[in-house]
Design a protein around this ligand. Structure first.
Ligand SMILES: NC(=O)c1ccc[n+]([C@@H]2O[C@H](COP(=O)([O-])OP(=O)(O)OC[C@H]3O[C@@H](n4cnc5c(N)ncnc54)[C@H](O)[C@@H]3O)[C@@H](O)[C@H]2O)c1
Length: 322
């Protein structure tokens, strides 16, 4: 069994723990958090069990102590974004494979440093862009690869929620730590758009600012030549009672696909509308199963490269030039 550690036991730490505990090739043997772990932090997405199962798991408050004591094969890094670079490098230098939460880092230079550290260590570094693995989104990619729906004419993605409030020290609202809405929220759809269509020829964003001056709502149009319209919207303007909704509408030549966050409906040019029976599971368990296969040599890296994760950071930073 592979020995896994998780660093940062807030909202995403709990999500990764739950996903790793469903993986049959791995044991989570240690977790680390600088603060006491009170229980599972609830974020804006309902992701698996409400309980943290820490039975038999060693708990650390210091990363170096965990790395030297535990002989880990891999870690999940689920820390605030401004720590992704330094802690990924520390873990890679300790000879451990790294699955790092998105965004990869706060800027392209930090991504480059992480990639160099992974090369130097000869270890895997994967960025957890879970949307690529989410069944309703993976469905689009597979339909495009099969070619059965024709070309995409228009693709619109949206991700609407309230500003993150669950973190103890409010690091999300500090743009120098989180990168703001662009690197935290919008990047999910920008990364997925890159996954579908590659790097855009050009992109343009418009947005609205919150009272504190930070961007709280952003709409980006991405150019991929004539005959295709691609657009993404991210918002932190929704009331907390709205929760979270990710959705899309894709117009292919032969059908239109509409995902409302729960159900994927297809409206064919010829025939009646129908609902797609999606694969069970969520993007988190799928991405962790993929990473597990990657580090035990049962998978080659195809779904997400570090170059693509770095490009998603670049695209997200570009959207801040409003
Ligand atoms: N993939 C997704 O859907 C998704 C969703 C939310 C957040 N995220 C990303 O996950 C990352 C974490 O976000 P979150 O919502 O879990 O944040 P969070 O604030 O809930 O959790 C971060 C945890 O890290 C701990 N921590 C901080 N500094 C530490 C240190 N030096 N050593 C050890 N522990 C430390 C904190 O005590 C906290 O428990 C961010 O990069 C965020 O962008 C991804």
């Amino acid at each position: 069994m592979m020995r896994i550690g998780i660093i940062g036991m807030g909202f995403m730490g709990g999500v990764h723990l739950n996903a790793w505990q469903q993986n049959r090739y791995a044991d989570v043997v240690a977790v680390c958090d600088a603060n006491p772990i009170a229980g599972k932090t609830k974020g804006n997405i309902d992701a698996g069990s409400d309980e943290l199962n820490l039975d038999g798991i060693h708990i650390y408050t210091e990363i170096g102590a965990m790395l030297s004591a535990e002989k880990l094969d891999a870690v999940s890094i689920t820390l605030p974004t401004h720590l992704h670079k330094s802690i990924s490098i520390q873990c890679l230098e300790a000879g451990v494979h790294v699955l790092c939460e998105k965004p990869m880092a706060l800027n392209v230079e930090d991504c480059n440093a992480m990639m160099a550290a992974a090369d130097e260590a000869g270890k895997e570094l994967m960025v957890a862009h879970c949307i690529r693995f989410w069944p309703a989104y993976a469905w689009i990619k597979s339909v495009m690869e099969q070619g059965c729906a024709g070309e995409v004419k228009s693709a619109e993605f949206s991700r609407l929620t309230y500003a993150p409030v669950w973190s103890g020290d409010s690091w999300f609202s500090d743009q120098s730590k989180s990168g703001g809405i662009a690197l935290d929220l919008h990047i999910h759809d920008l990364d997925f758009i890159q996954h579908l269509f590659g790097e855009p020829d050009a992109q343009h964003s418009d947005g609205l600012r919150l009272e504190n001056g930070a961007v709280g709502h952003v709409v980006t149009e991405l150019k991929y030549g004539a005959g295709k319209m691609v657009r993404a919207t991210a918002s932190w303007l929704m009331p907390e009672s709205y929760g979270f909704r990710m959705a899309y509408e894709i117009i292919f030549e032969k059908l239109t696909a509409v995902f409302d966050g729960h159900e994927l409906k297809i409206f064919p040019v010829d025939g009646e509308a129908y609902t797609v029976e999606l694969d069970p599971g969520d993007g988190y368990t799928e991405e962790i199963n993929y990473f597990s296969d990657l580090i035990r040599g049962a998978q080659i890296k195809t779904e997400i490269t570090t170059e693509q994760a770095r490009e998603s950071v670049r695209m997200a930073l570009e959207t801040m030039k409003l």
